[in-house]
Ligand binder design. Sequence first.
Ligand SMILES: *[C@@H]1O[C@H](CO)[C@@H](O)[C@H](O)[C@H]1NC(C)=O
Ligand SMILES: *[C@@H]1O[C@H](CO)[C@@H](O)[C@H](O)[C@H]1NC(C)=O
Ligand SMILES: *[C@@H]1O[C@H](CO)[C@@H](O)[C@H](O)[C@H]1NC(C)=O
Ligand SMILES: *[C@@H]1O[C@H](CO)[C@@H](O)[C@H](O)[C@H]1NC(C)=O
Ligand SMILES: *[C@@H]1O[C@H](CO)[C@@H](O)[C@H](O)[C@H]1NC(C)=O
Length: 544
Amino acid sequence: MLRYLVLLLISQLVQGDFQCPPGFTAITSKCIQVITVNSPHSAAVSKCSDLGGKLVSIHNAIDNNGVINAANGVTNPLWIGLKCAASQASSCFWDDNTGSAGTYNNFVKGWPMTDIGSCVYMSVTGKNAGQWLSGDCDAMILSYVCETNPIDPGNTGCGDYQFGDKCYFPYAYELDETDSRVVCQQTCADLVSIHSMDENKYINTLFGANSPAYIRIGAANVGGNTYVWFDGTPFDFSNIGLSNAQLGSCMSMSMQNDLVKQGQWISSHCETTLPFVCSRRKSVICTATTPVPTQTPLQCTSPFIYEGNGTFFSPGYPNTYEGQANTCNYILYVPSMATVAVNFPIFNLDATSRVDLYNQIEDTKPFITLYGTVNPKLWFNSTTNTMRMVFRTSGDQAGQIFRWQAKFQPSYPGGFTGLPPVTVTPDPYNPSGCNATALYAPGTITSQNYPNLYPNYSECRYLLSTAGGYRVHLNFQNVDTEQCCDIIVVRDGPNLSSRELGRVSGHYPPNAQQFTSTSNQMLVTFSSDSAGQATGFSANFEAV
Ligand SMILES: *[C@@H]1O[C@H](CO)[C@@H](O)[C@H](O)[C@H]1NC(C)=O
Ligand SMILES: *[C@@H]1O[C@H](CO)[C@@H](O)[C@H](O)[C@H]1NC(C)=O
Ligand SMILES: *[C@@H]1O[C@H](CO)[C@@H](O)[C@H](O)[C@H]1NC(C)=O
Ligand SMILES: *[C@@H]1O[C@H](CO)[C@@H](O)[C@H](O)[C@H]1NC(C)=O
Ligand SMILES: *[C@@H]1O[C@H](CO)[C@@H](O)[C@H](O)[C@H]1NC(C)=O
């Protein structure tokens, strides 16, 4: 009887009472789409985002099976929305902030292995079908699975503010033009455009009694008396009170009688941070969920994982974080060639609170601890491409507005002048460099077990990189492989679609085989078959 009930429950869940956007299939409570365009991890993330979703997160065996069923016929493994900071499931976190894979995961025994990479993919064929493995985010080119929310009929996500055929989204926190447009895009909107005096009046009421002095609107002066709306609609109405290029080319609306009358528009610098309003047509069905970064959690539960660049805030911002007592963890990722740079345009902590910054996720000692106030011009840079930031507060402070705003972005070291960047010593646990996340010039790569016999069915990728504008030069010191079948392929770029510079197999003396990339990355692969083992190869690479 119990089993029957469970089955009934599962079948109800699977059928679900919801509809998915075109192209997506329902599994339990979400909609997924398997995409067989082979991509590095970052391209998969951005394609899912274009589709109004993100890479799939999987929290139970039913969803895991649902993904495998949807991938019927697909042979290339699938990226999923999980990233690991260390080689244990509890250090892997879902992209959608639903926590770690400590509670449910389906890793192959002994995995994850972050030496290979911090991203995670699902195998779809063979004995590991449905199981998860670690992959190199940049070097591996895989299929992937996006998920998005079901369409909720009768609610297009338009929210509480509607006028005519448009929806409006007022934001009380302050951002510049670029960042505010990123926030608008999270609800498929853009900075507000205004087409009548009635609409102008409506927008002027959106902030109620707590109205700021000025808000950002989506107009810009593009020279002379010409203005445009960022959302592309015609500039068929204007309520300009003061336009002056000296004050900036973006426009804001006055919310009270001040320099201009209430409701009138005034020039302001695009870099000035202001509260803002987004709008879109009601007919746009927006299934996008709020992607990170740039968001204000009310409470911190699981860690927030932010990738690329962006702005984020203390809990409850723009109000004080008072009352929030959880520790907030933020994991910031930038491309593997860069380090993470963080700065705080706004920073005002009470005496019981602090912010710790760590050079990498695994560190237990912060490289700096920030108290009180911080100069908004200062940047704090990690030494790796992941930074952990922890905000600790006791939650019982009162009286003042205590809050912070953080910005992060990649910082590229080296630049294009000076001496070629120097090494990272070989990893003692992986001396061959096989499948290492990234190898920086100068260095040496070899086949596995070199100078002993390489294994049967060896399959290795070596992503060779230099910082900045240098190229990679690869020089084979020794080559000894089975001529027909155990082949080294050298590519001019970071992935398997990059142009081949050459193939090497058989026997060569030192310096007989040399290759130079045209950019700062080169991918070398080596694969062996089931027979004809030999000692393999050793090759030096350097920045030129
Ligand atoms: C391979 O790398 C090149 C150069 O970075 C990039 O332009 C291309 O999109 C990548 N191809 C795939 C399939 O990701
Ligand atoms: C931030 O990311 C966006 C989208 O990936 C990109 O267009 C923009 O150039 C980035 N900005 C910086 C400062 O890196
Ligand atoms: C830190 O990052 C900032 C912003 O990217 C950059 O301007 C600065 O030069 C970096 N500082 C160091 C020491 O790398
Ligand atoms: C290296 O990665 C490839 C897939 O990218 C995998 O098939 C191979 O088994 C890996 N090699 C080792 C030694 O882990
Ligand atoms: C590789 O395969 C050959 C022939 O199939 C076998 O003789 C040899 O022992 C295998 N080597 C290893 C290391 O398994």
